[in-house]
Design a protein around this ligand. Sequence first.
Ligand code: ATP
Ligand code: MG
Length: 360
Amino acid sequence: MPLQPQGTVATSFVADLQVTLVRKVAEGGMGSLYEAVLHGPQGFEKTVALKTIVERFSQDEHFVELFIGEAKLVADLVHQNICQVYQLGRVGQRYFIAMEFISGVNLRQFLRRHAETGRSLPPELAVFITSRICRGLEYAHSKRDKNGLLLGVVHRDVGPHNVMVSTEGEVKLTDFGVAKARTQTAELQDEQVRVGKAEYMSPEQVRLETTDARSDLFSVGAVMFELLTGQRLFTADTARQARAKVLEREIPRPRSLNPTISEGVEEVLLRTLQRDPAARYQTAGELGTDLEYQIYHQGYGPTIVTLEKHMRGLFPELFVPAGRRRAPSKPATLIIDSVAGRAERSDVTARTVVERKGQG
Ligand SMILES: Nc1ncnc2c1ncn2[C@@H]1O[C@H](COP(=O)(O)OP(=O)(O)OP(=O)(O)O)[C@@H](O)[C@H]1O
Ligand SMILES: [Mg+2]
């Protein structure tokens, strides 16, 4: 029996989306990332992250086609280790993505804070974080459509900037479905890939060959290497240099840089960093299981509570009660007809986004 008597709820309707931008979190490669609030009736509010795509990309037909194609593909990825996307919309000429807001830091900030404070990251926590990335990837790589066909989702931009650690000790991979459009858009091909990204590419990505899920695993290896040793695997000043190193630089033995790494963990890491995809782990699930074996086979190992405690020591400022934090600047409100993808007040709303650029 249907929950609602027939005829009382329309099966299709347009609902406006009202959004308040609270503060700009960061300026990314494709636009800005805001903390925002979605409003509903009678004071309902939900905090979200809103990523705006700069107009330059939003107006590039090829980019938009790929971007929307990928967004549709990943719309239903729901997993504890993946930042969930809620909505793809458009304000005037600009696309935006509303997604789960993660209160925490990305792995780049996480690593930097260790270097600045001289705190060490215990190897078992580095392995724990990597294992969580693997579980998110395993889920996405094996996602099938309604007819049971493999979607073939590959992240393509796994790196410290796209992995977040929350104040709850959760690990979340962000930006699924974003990299393909960017890397396949002529303007951003090859030379323009930023150095911070090229350092985490797989050899097959560098050679512009077809990539599959195993490419993400090489990138996971580069992130894991850095978490375990505190050193970037392929440091470079330019993207060209980084690409050359991805192809050729001899991979140092992790234990020569950090003797507290176990032989077992080193073995797993070196297998992840095999340049030949056939010699690597073949699935994120296998790698995740081997990593979990390394941290749990003696009966006890880290959990999200261990990571949360580590975060507390590392970023005390993130654990200050909300009421005692600095008040954000006056928020701007957007009213977006997200379902139809039109801006109801596109002139105002698009301008609001632009005006707030550079603030906060
Ligand atoms: N869902 C989110 N919730 C909270 N903060 C986020 C979220 N997603 C990303 N961030 C933060 O915002 C920063 C900018 O993200 P963004 O994806 O725009 O740029 P990026 O990851 O640095 O580079 P790129 O655009 O190439 O992915 C991230 O590095 C991260 O610190
Ligand atoms: Mg990102």
